[in-house]
Design a protein. Structure first.
Length: 101
């Protein structure tokens, strides 16, 4: 069966910015009674793959290979909004940098 997949950009877990973002998300999630989540920027959403687990392994390998060849990205939040849908309770629009074009 086909499943939708997503590709996220995430800060390194040991990074100080990761800790700040995770703390901010945790505090506000608790205050609003919402589940917490890992800080991330969705690069691709709702990707449908053929080939089951093997197809997904190929995509993961290609992403890992690409990530290992790139320098870390600096991202800036351009706008923030909230929606009733649980997985979009906080949505930040990031500035589109040259590296992401």
């Amino acid at each position: 069966p086909q499943r939708n997949r997503r590709a996220w950009l995430m800060p390194s877990e040991g990074d100080a910015e990761y800790a700040k973002l995770q703390d901010l998300i945790n505090r506000h999630s608790a205050r609003l009674g919402m589940p917490s989540f890992a800080p991330h920027a969705t690069l691709l959403g709702g990707v449908q793959l053929q080939g089951g687990q093997e197809g997904w392994k190929d995509v993961l390998y290609a992403c890992y290979k690409l990530a290992s060849e790139l320098e870390p990205l600096e991202m800036t939040c351009k706008d923030a909004a909230g929606f009733p849908k649980w997985n979009q309770c906080l949505l930040c629009t990031m500035e589109l940098t040259e590296e992401l074009k």
